[in-house]
Ligand binder design. Structure first.
Ligand SMILES: [Fe+2]
Length: 553
């Protein structure tokens, strides 16, 4: 079966294509349109489809719209709250429902030749759940979905067994842990539905001083759901203007909401485990991108293994909806082996792009070794290799790399990227060496969805990647699936004795991650990056700047 998944309703429009149960491709629209998050998360943008991502997914699978057996749309307008009863109090909500209902028409106009009758609506949280259950490969398993909102709920707890989802609990709006966190994000001067991870980083700078009050305001209900009372953040710390310095009270508020979120998640997980007795838990929904909470669930929760969908935000519902419909049509969805589901270019195509741009480049004998040498020489390297990542994390395909041994590299990278200085950067480590250096989280951790403690003795050796609370959000690199990155780490260790490099996403402030070679060249051209390793080729800052001077001489 050939199923195209589409997410278009709230945040991060995206498309995915599943053929005979195999995920062939998945990508966010922002990587094509270069508009961060693809569109505004407002009801009247629901008509906007991830057109470029959809077309590219079809092209990648070698299909025409008319070849599709189904289009899986990750929202079911029949489940939406009737106009006037929407407790989120949004006057435009009816428009969202109308546009979602019209999705088959919008889809056929974007994809001429598509049969509008093949469009299937998949409930938003069922799509999130399927994005974790099938890709995890766990069956049976328990599943928890938590986000800002779906059609009328903000949460789903269930059990996946024999490829079927059994719903056990769902929390209706307006109660929403995701919206609570979004509100706090906006209160702290950040962009809601986008900058939540900044709140998580800020939470490490203080104690949870208001926890007593928040334990009253936000509570699990003992039946698998929860309640969120009327929270007035201003009672704890005044609203922050964008870019303003935060005070200890703001950090304490962030820490409080973060801690309370973790506690409620643990309570929900314990309730779910009581219902299922499963060994394994899978997570999806925007809240599952909270790697601090995920680690606490892994450490203190009742489940032995915890698997998190790397595209846990709404983009992942494109994949989940496609997998759900593929299963309903009789296919067996295959587990996820990699998040590198986006675009890639072969060597010839890359060389052609570099020649078009007329930049000086060379081809080192071993690009991984050349990068390791540059990193050991304290250079910053843009690393563009293979297919781009699906989801918000750079996982060694569109990454900015640096030497973790120098504490100043945190500030340097935050400067290059135009990020706030309180935000950490993360380490990549060879999978087989991770236990020596990190603990307190699952290993392997290939998708950067958990935080780990940095073991004593190592914190001083890799200061650039140690957050203020002594943790690091690691990515373990498996040489079987990521041989080039593994080799780079190996060569870096041969030079420095440290099998760890700094990895942050290849982009600058406010821009989506670099996706195609042109984006890479633009990023390299406008940011003080020393080396761009693009496929087997290397472009060096010094060589690039030497050319016009030599010409002038
Ligand atoms: Fe969602």
């Amino acid at each position: 079966m050939r199923v195209l998944g589409v997410n278009a309703v709230f945040h991060d429009p995206a498309a995915a294509i599943v053929v005979d149960g195999e995920t062939v491709a998945a990508a966010e629209e922002e990587r094509f349109s270069r508009r961060k998050h693809g569109k505004s998360p407002v009801p009247f943008s629901t008509w906007e489809l991830p057109e470029q991502a959809m077309r590219w997914c079809l092209e990648c699978a070698g299909l025409e719209p008319g070849d599709l057996d189904a289009v899986a749309y990750s929202y079911d307008p029949d489940l939406a709250l009737p106009p006037g009863t929407d407790l989120t109090d949004d006057d435009w909500e009816g428009l969202r429902t109308l546009y979602a209902r019209r999705a088959p028409r919008f889809l056929t106009s974007a994809l001429p030749g598509l049969d509008p009758g093949c469009v299937r609506f998949v409930p938003h949280h069922v799509a999130h759940a399927a994005s974790a259950t099938f890709p995890s490969g766990f069956d049976p398993c328990s599943v928890l979905v938590l986000d800002g909102r779906g059609e009328g709920a903000s949460h789903l707890a269930g059990r996946h067994v024999g490829g079927e989802l059994r719903m056990l609990a769902a929390q209706r709006l307006p109660h929403s842990l995701g919206l609570l966190y979004e509100e706090l994000t906006a209160h702290l001067g950040f962009r809601r539905s986008s900058d939540e991870y900044k709140v998580m980083a800020m939470a490490s700078y203080a104690e949870a001083d208001f926890l007593g009050t928040f334990r009253e305001l936000v509570r699990s209900d003992g039946r698998g759901g929860f309640r969120v009372g009327d929270v007035d953040f201003s009672a704890f710390a005044p609203p922050l203007a964008p870019g303003a310095e935060f005070t200890p009270a703001h950090a304490a508020l962030a820490a409080t909401v973060q801690r309370r979120l973790e506690e409620v998640l643990l309570e929900l997980a314990r309730w779910l485990h009581g219902q299922t007795g499963d060994r394994d838990l899978v997570l999806a929904g925007g809240v599952a991108l909270n790697c601090v909470a995920n680690s606490r669930l892994w450490r203190e929760g009742p489940f032995e293994r915890v698997w998190v969908q790397p595209a846990s935000g709404d983009s992942g519902t494109a994949l989940g909806a496609a997998l759900h419909v593929a299963r309903a049509l009789g296919d067996e969805p295959a587990p996820m082996r990699t998040a590198a589901l986006g675009r890639g270019w072969d060597e010839d195509a890359l060389a052609a792009r570099l020649r078009t741009a007329d930049v000086a480049f060379d081809r080192p004998r071993d690009v991984a070794d050349a990068v390791a040498a540059a990193l050991a020489d304290n250079q910053v390297v843009a690393w563009f290799q293979g297919r781009s990542e699906f989801g918000p994390r750079a996982l060694g395909h569109r990454s900015l790399l640096a030497d973790p041994r120098l504490p100043g590299n945190l500030e340097k990278l935050n400067d290059i990227k135009g990020r706030e200085q309180f935000r950490p950067v993360a380490p990549m480590v060879l999978a087989e060496r991770a236990h020596e250096i990190f603990d307190g989280g699952p290993i392997p951790s290939p998708y950067m969805l958990f935080t780990h403690r940095v073991r004593e003795g190592w914190a001083q050796r890799i200061p650039a990647v140690v957050h203020v609370d002594g943790t690091a959000r690691i990515q373990t690199v498996d040489r079987a699936t990521e041989p080039l990155m593994a080799r780079c780490l190996e060569r870096f260790e041969a030079r420095t004795g440290v099998p760890v490099v700094v990895n942050t996403s290849l982009n600058t402030a406010g821009r989506p991650m670099v996706d195609d070679p042109r984006d890479a060249l633009e990023c390299f051209g406008s940011a003080p990056v020393d080396l761009l390793a693009i496929g087997p080729f290397a472009i060096r800052r010094r060589a690039a700047s030497a050319t016009p001077l030599e010409a002038a001489a």
